[in-house]
Write a protein that binds this ligand. Structure first.
Ligand SMILES: [Zn+2]
Length: 258
């Protein structure tokens, strides 16, 4: 729903963040008009969706093909025991939409990438590279986060502005141990999902300069130390360099659905 500065309900609901000079009525209007796609409604996506909706993002689309399992409940805080076996995307959209009635929440398909910003809240290299390639060739900003045990990573990739995901990680490096093998604590995933929401909100209200674009942020969630690694664009990058060979979704190995 667009932000209406004369609506007492919205003024009260967003009052605390309207006070922030980085947001204010202009930023709130941008959030209200924004369309954000969250890919993955798991440990990262659950907090990200809630904070984006709570901040007043007008249209949220959630993509996830999994169903809720009992082992998800230690970190995927939108789900309850009665949701077991049900599609995560559907439950997440219903539950967040019911709490934050100013947001439109839909369960989306992957071809729906006409977003102002996409959040990669997936948990595997295949999905991560697919999203990084699709967003770059379509010119869509991408906020990517990952968490393995107590190690978290955050990056924002802005087409035409900063380096892309493949400048840092040219090719999938084997396979990542999943949560089932490596183990995961809910609060650790929650920190990274919240940071993703924060980064998307900062981009929507403040533009590229408000983001970590050009850097990889690495958090040790056990010692709570943070490293911000500056990484320049890679001139040999297959996705965004002058000799890039990934120019459209077909090059990236993605079938475009009409
Ligand atoms: Zn690149």
């Amino acid at each position: 729903m667009p932000f209406n500065p004369r609506d007492p309900d919205q003024l009260s609901r967003y009052g605390r963040q309207l006070q922030l000079k980085q947001i204010g009525p202009a930023g709130q209007a941008r959030l209200g008009g924004a369309r954000v796609v969250v890919v993955g409604a798991g440990g990262l996506g659950c907090p990200a969706l809630q904070y984006l909706a709570a901040a007043g993002v007008g249209a949220l689309h959630v993509i996830d093909g999994d169903v809720v399992e009992l082992s998800n409940l230690n970190r995927q805080v939108l789900y309850r025991p009665e949701d077991l076996g049900k599609p995560k995307a559907e439950i997440a959209a219903q539950r967040v939409g019911a709490t934050f009635t100013h947001a439109t929440l839909t369960r989306a398909q992957l071809h729906l990438l006409e977003a102002d910003v996409v959040l990669d809240a997936t948990d595997n290299f295949a999905a991560r590279f697919l999203l990084a390639d699709a967003c770059r060739v379509k010119g869509i900003p991408l906020v990517q986060a990952a968490v393995t045990q107590f190690s978290g990573q955050l990056g924002t990739y802005l087409p035409g502005v900063g380096p892309c995901y493949r400048c840092f990680f040219p090719e999938p490096a084997g396979t990542l141990p999943g949560c089932a093998e490596a183990g995961i604590l809910g609060a650790a995933a929650g920190v990274m999902g919240s940071l993703q929401a924060l980064e998307a909100i900062k981009f929507l209200v403040g533009g590229p300069a408000a983001t970590v674009s050009g850097h990889l942020v690495v958090l040790d969630l056990w010692t709570l130390s943070l490293e911000r690694i500056a990484l320049p664009p890679d001139p040999t990058c297959p996705l965004c360099g002058p000799t890039a060979w990934i120019r459209d979704l077909r090059d990236a190995g993605i079938e475009e659905t009409p």
